[in-house]
Design a protein around this ligand. Structure first.
Ligand code: HEC
Length: 273
């Protein structure tokens, strides 16, 4: 064979090898790209790191910082985090039961919650008391007793296997305590009692507290129901809200503000009848 052709042949082979090796893809290498912008976003995406040297977001470090999750704007609440549905306000969603609780797990924070969390955000209704009763009997009564007298079967039967006396919720001390003391106990528990924040949703916690209040009222022969409440001033019977709704002009959305939570009770009006 002609040595001239042999030389060209070798040369072309090497050239092809060099050119293709630059373009070949690897685990962390895209190879050479035809119209690179089609593969690389010119927008930067939240929570996704996709640095590309042709984009102009600054350095790799800059992009790293820009795409980190950020804090929400002050005073805003994420959808679903309001504890209850706000139908009739333009945005309808299903509450996910997860509402921020701004108190830590300590005795100082228990005291602070007891002083600051006062009103029950849900009206006392037949439905809420029924749900509260079912949940209380499942989650709490085994220790605190079906009458909230501190004599649950774990404590009472079998010579009292449970090692400590659960709080006697019908005692005067607990009757006088604010709703915050109960809510905090449900969130974090206390000493030998564990927390129930993962077992009861926001709404359910308040229903359980209502049911405990109804047991306390019964022990004092007072009324705590959807019709009337002469037991405390922090929880509102449903009838009071229904009366307000009835007297407001047709088509109006009645809004009752309790603590920092704004509650639209038109939803309850529908579901509890
Ligand atoms: C396994 C038993 C047990 C269960 C179940 C239980 N508790 Fe308790 N609870 C206790 C004990 C024990 C204490 C007393 C803790 C202490 O003071 O050391 C207590 C204390 C409390 C207190 C008083 C906290 C304070 O501020 O002193 C409240 C309120 C309370 N429980 C509510 C509940 C509710 C509501 C439920 C159901 C969601 C519940 N508990 C389920 C055992 C239990």
């Amino acid at each position: 064979m002609n040595s001239k052709y042999q030389f060209y042949g070798t040369f072309m082979f090497l050239l092809a090898l060099i050119l293709t090796s630059c373009q070949s893809t690897g685990v962390n290498k895209t190879g050479s790209e035809y119209m690179p912008d089609m593969a690389h976003s010119v927008a930067y995406e939240a929570n996704t790191y996709g640095y590309y040297y042709h984009n102009r977001w600054g350095t790799e470090d800059d992009l790293h910082k820009m795409v980190q999750p950020r804090k929400p704007i002050g005073g805003t609440i994420a959808r679903g985090m309001a504890g209850m549905a706000h139908e009739g306000r333009g945005i309808a969603y299903t509450a996910n039961g997860s509402v921020p609780y701004y108190y830590g797990n300590s005795e100082e924070e228990r005291t602070r919650a007891t002083a600051e969390v006062i009103n029950n955000p849900f009206p006392i209704s037949k439905g809420s008391l029924e749900k509260g009763k079912a949940l209380y009997n499942i989650q709490c009564a085994i220790c605190h007793g079906e009458k909230a007298d501190g004599a649950g079967y774990l404590v009472r039967d079998d010579g009292g296997k449970y090692p400590v006396q659960p709080a006697i919720l019908t005692s005067d001390d607990f009757i006088a305590s604010s709703n915050g003391r109960y809510y905090h106990a449900i969130m974090y528990g206390k000493n030998l009692m564990g927390g129930y924040s993962d077992k009861l949703s926001y709404e359910e916690r308040w229903y359980v507290i209502q049911y405990i209040r109804s047991l306390q009222a019964a022990s004092k022969k007072l009324e705590y129901s959807e019709k009337a409440n002469n037991f405390n001033t922090t929880d509102t019977p449903y009838s009071v809200i229904a009366a307000k709704l009835a007297s407001s002009p047709k088509g109006d959305v009645a809004v009752v503000a309790t603590d920092s939570i704004v509650v639209d009770h038109t939803h309850d009006a529908k579901s509890h009848h």
